[in-house]
Design a protein around this ligand. Structure first.
Ligand SMILES: [Zn+2]
Length: 363
């Protein structure tokens, strides 16, 4: 039979018992008695609030909270501390953005700014793995902040539950502070806003994007002096967006305002978690390469060299619809294939209206 609270209260009050366990007191607080030590009648040793993250010391019981130095020390919470002094801005913390945040925080990222106006909905749960059923209805920025602090209580998290298009001054301020920007929104318009500021400020931005049902994934990397997002897509260029959330898709115009709820429901088509996973992985790799640029002995140099010639990465999950004639995985050779990353180089456009020269008047 399981121990009852009364059993433990008896232990702690009987005096000089070797308890070596958590002791649950009547008022709901928890006393910890270090293994092998005796305690006098009526005293408590260390009182731990179990609603806060604990720290498993020798013996697997909470003894003290890890210090910041403990977290980054050898044998601490992180394998490496390359990102401890780095700051990343993530715009859009849906399935891709939140998973990228998780991976970077587990790499020891020191500062994070997150921007997203959406709340967790039931249909998000399969791909938003930082969230669970109790989080339905909560702002995604709150859920992600809480998750990050469970991983690293010392990580600085700045959160903005808003649409970046309506707060360009705040966006510009956070972009200035960021070593890297990851734009994982589900609307093209917000990416243009980010692109324009990034060109002005000389910032590096990673733009991961999934198409309808995540049939195809692509990641565009914008670096100072290289092609900008506008060079890649073209001004007002139509691209097929994956629509994951009806409310935000209506707000950003991906679902036109005249669309009926029934038709909008059909437009919300999301891919499977395994279809999104390759994009999370590659986005994190690109982020690590960018954030450690100029550092020595990172262990990331060879990855950086592999990816250096490219600024566009394409992955196709399914040979459906527009990818029906895409070469199969089994086909030999070096070209693009289903279920493999394919790197391309998008050159800057000479007359790009964002990053290029003004087009000469020829009328
Ligand atoms: Zn451009």
């Amino acid at each position: 039979m399981a121990d009852t609270i009364a059993d433990h209260i008896h232990d702690i009050n009987s005096g000089n018992d070797d308890v070596g366990n958590l002791v649950f007191k009547e008022d709901g607080s928890v006393a910890y008695v270090p293994s092998g030590e005796s305690i006098p009648v009526g005293s408590t040793a260390v009182v731990t609030d179990l609603s806060k993250p604990g720290y498993a010391a020798e013996g697997g019981v909470p003894s003290s909270f890890p210090s910041l130095e403990d977290m980054y020390a050898a044998g601490g919470a992180f394998e490496r501390s390359l990102l401890r002094g780095k700051s990343v801005l993530v715009i859009g913390i849906g399935s891709v953005g939140s998973s990228v945040v998780d991976a970077l925080v587990r790499e020891g990222l020191g500062r994070l700014a997150i921007m997203d106006m959406d709340r967790v909905e039931l249909h998000n749960l399969s791909r938003l793995y930082v969230a669970g059923v109790p989080d339905i209805g909560r702002l995604k920025v709150d859920v992600v902040e809480e998750y990050v602090h469970r991983r690293n209580p010392y990580a600085e998290v700045v959160k903005y539950p808003f649409d970046v298009r309506e707060h360009r001054d705040v966006l510009a301020d956070e972009m200035r502070k960021a070593d890297l920007v990851i734009c994982a929104t589900d609307g093209n318009e917000s990416r243009y806003v980010v692109n324009t500021l990034a060109v002005e400020m000389g910032k590096t931005v990673v733009y991961p994007r999934a198409e309808t049902r995540a049939e195809g994934l692509n990641i565009f990397l914008q670096r100072p002096g290289g092609a900008c997002y506008n060079c890649f897509i073209g001004q007002g260029g139509h691209i097929e967006e994956e629509i994951t959330n009806e409310a935000s898709a209506r707000a950003n115009g991906t679902i036109p305002s005249y669309t009926s709820p029934e038709d909008a429901g059909v437009m919300v088509q999301i891919g499977l978690p395994c279809d999104i996973a390759p994009m999370v992985n590659m986005t994190v790799r690109l982020a690590l390469v960018e954030l450690t640029r100029g550092m020595e002995g990172t262990g990331i140099e060879t990855t950086a060299a592999e990816l250096a010639p490219f600024n566009l990465f394409i992955w196709v999950n399914n040979r459906d619809r527009k990818y029906a004639k895409f070469p199969p995985f089994s086909e030999p050779g070096n070209g693009p294939r289903i279920l493999r990353w394919f790197g391309c180089l998008v050159p800057p456009k000479k007359y790009c209206c964002i990053c290029g020269e003004e087009e000469p008047f020829n009328g």
